[in-house]
Design a protein around this ligand. Sequence first.
Ligand code: SAH
Length: 185
Amino acid sequence: MRWAQLLLEDRLRPGDVAVDATLGNGHDALFLCGRILPGGHLYGFDVQSAALSNTACRLVSSGVKESDFTLFHAGHECMAEKLPAALRGSLAAVMFNLGYLPGSDKQCITRTETTMQAAATALEWLKPGGLLTVVVYPGHEGGAEEARQLALWAAKLDARACEVQHLRPVNRAAAPPECWVFWKR
Ligand code: SAH
C-alpha cells in the first residue's frame, strides 16, 4: 500500500510545488504531478542517471509537459543548492523512498548521513502545512540504521514546529517498510 501517496493525496493542489527526493522509477514523481498540475512544478533528485531517464520517460509518456518538471542528477543532500532559492519555505510536499531501486545496483543505496541531512533541509523548505514523507526499509542492508536515526531525529523535533506520524504494520514478522509523515506547522 502506498501510504505516503494516500496521505498526500488530499493535501496537494494544482499550483503546488513538490519534490521527489529519490526518483527511482518515477512512480511518486508521476503521482505528485497528477496532484500539482496544472500550474505547479515538480523537482526531482537521484544519483543514478537511469532513474532520471526512467522518470522523465514515465512522466512524458503520461502526458506531463517537460516544462512542468526539473530533474537533478544529484543527491538529495544538495537540495538547498539545487532548488531555486525563492522556493525556500514554500514546498507543499517532499517525498523520500529510501533504500535501493529494485532490479538495479544494490550498491546504489541511500545513506544514513545524507538522508538525515536531506530530510532536515526538506523540513526547512516546506511551507507551513506542508508534508514530508519518508518510507524507510529496515530490512535492507543499512536500512536498519537509517530507520533508527530517522526515529531518533523525529522524536527530538519540536512539536510546535512539526507534528510527526509513524506508520508501520504491526502484524508482519520480518522488518517491513515504515512510513514517516512530518507535518510542518
Ligand atoms: N527501496 C525502494 C525503492 C527506493 S529507490 C523500494 O523497495 O521500492 C531509491 C532511489 O534513491 C534509487 O533510485 C537511488 O538511486 C536513489 N538514491 C540513492 N542515494 C541517493 C541520494 N543521495 N540522493 C537522491 N537519490 C538517491
